[in-house]
Write a protein that binds this ligand. Sequence first.
Ligand code: HEM
Length: 517
Amino acid sequence: MADQRPTLTTRQGHPVRDNQSLRSVGERGPATLENYQFIEKITHFDRERVPERVVHARGTGAHGYFEAYGKIGNEPASKYTRAKVLNQTGVQTPVFVRFSTVIGGKDSPETARDPRGFAVKLKTVEGNWDLVGNNLKIFFIRDAIKFPDMIHAFKPDPVTNQQEAWRFYDFISNTPEALHMLTWVKSPWGIPANYREMEGSGVNTYKLVNDQGVAHLVKFHWVPKQGVRNLTAQQAAQIQAHDTSHATRDLYNAIKGGNYPEWEFCVQLMADGEHPELDFDPLDDTKRWPEDQFPLLPVGRMVLNKNPDNVFAETEQSAFGTGVLVDGIDFSDDKMLQGRTLSYSDTQRYRVGANYLQLPINQPQDAARAHTNQRDGQMAYYVDEQGEDKHINYEPSLMGGYKEADRPEHEYRPHVEGQLGRYQTSRTQDDYKQAGERYRTFEDWEREDLVANIGADLKQCPEPIQLRMVWHLWHCDEDYGRRVAEVAGIDLEKAKALPPMEGKPAPHQAREGMAGV
Ligand code: HEM
C-alpha cells in the first residue's frame, strides 16, 4: 500500500529527498556551503534553546477552565467587582496554568524545598487576567527592590556553583520580615507532595472595583478539592532518589487519565484604606490576613482538563505578569506588586522576544481580540486585524483605524498624596508575631521537621549568622529558638545576649495565647 504520510519539507516548503546524508564532494569529500536544507536544519537546531526563566525555570503546565459562581460568599459578586470573569455565572473562561519551583534550573528535581509557583492565565471576554501566585500565602520580602539580592543569595554561589546555607541565612538574618516565610518554607509546607494537592495564592494585595467605582482590598486564593499534602525532608529524599520529575508526571498522568484536578477560588476582602486598627499592614505581603477576621469567601472554581500538545510552544513560551489585569480588578499600593509588574513583561521581552504576546498561548481569546498600533519588531506575525484600514497604524485619525474604548461611567480614581522618599516599607513593626504564631499552630510532626531542617542548615553557617538566627527565632517564640539552638549546637545564652539589630525595630516578645492565622 502506498505510504499516505505527508512528505517532509524544509520550512520553505521544499520536499526533502534525503534526510540522512550531508551533500559532499564525492563520497569522502568536504561538505558544501550552499546546502540550504542542511543549513536550515542545523541552524534552527542551534537556536532551539531560549533563556530559561531567571526564576521559576522548572515548571509544568495545563489547560482548563474557570467558572464563576456569580457570588462572593452570599452576596452578588457585582457588589464588589465589575469584572465579568468574576460576576457572570455559567461562563467558562479558558485558563492556562503553570506550576513551578523557584530557584533550581529548568531540569532541577521537583522535590526541592522551595515555594511553588501557581501562575494562572485567564482568557476572559474582557482580555487576559494573569494571577501570578505561589502555593504559600506570604513572601520573604515586602519591597521589590530587594528581590534581585534575595534571589542571588538563594541561587548557587557564583564561585562554588552550589546553593550555600550560609548565603541564604546571611540574607534572612538581615531581613527579619522573612522569618514568617522561613517558618513556612522550612516546615513540610516547603515541599508540597505534588502540584494537585497544593494551595495557591496571589500573595500580593489587589483591589476589586465595582461599577460605582468603589474599591475593596482583596487577596486571592486557590483551595484544592484534592486536599493539601506535604512531604518531610526524608520523604522527599526518598522520591528524589528515583524520580526528579514526580510532580510533572503526577499532573500529566492525572489529566491524561481523566482525573481532573479542581480548585475553589476564594477571596479575602477588606474595605479600601489604611486600617490603622490592625497590627499588620494589609499591603505587607510578609503577613497573612487572619482568616478568623477575614474569611475565605468562595467565588468560583477551576478545573484542569487538558495537557499541552507541546511543552515548548505552550508551557515554556507562556508569559504571565502581574500587570495583566481586567477592568474591575486593580492594583493596590503593595510595593512588591508594583515592582513585580515591571519585571515580568520586561523579562519576557528578553526571554521570549518583543512580540511574545502574539504567540497563541499568550494571545487573548477571540472575544477580546487585540487591536493595537504596535508594529514590527522581531518575529512580528501581523496579528492585528485592520480590515480596510491597513494604512492607518496610528490614532487619532479622521480616516479610520482604531478608536478609543468608552470610559466606564464611574472611573476608579484613588487620591494619592505624600512625601516622595525611600521608606522602610511597612508600618508593621512586628515581624516576629505571625512567625511565632505559625510555629505554635503547626502540628507536632511539622514543628519537629521545621526545627530539624533549620538546625541542620545552621550547622553549616558561621557563628555570627548562627547567633543572629537563633536570636530572631527566640524572639518569634522562645521554644522555637531554644530547640533550633539545641539541634545546631548553638549557645542560646550567647545568642540572646546580642543587641537588637541596627536600623531595625526591636522585636516584641512573642505573645502567648494569640489566635492562629
Ligand atoms: C516568575 C520577578 C515576586 C511568583 C518570575 C519571573 C520574574 C519574576 C522575572 C520570570 C518570568 C518569566 O520569565 O516569564 C519577580 C519579582 C518579584 C517577584 C521582581 C518581587 C519583587 C514573586 C512573588 C510571587 C511570584 C511574591 C508569588 C506570588 C512567580 C511565579 C513565576 C514567577 C509563579 C513563574 C511564572 C510562570 O510559571 O511562568 N518572577 N517575582 N513572584 N514569579 Fe515572580
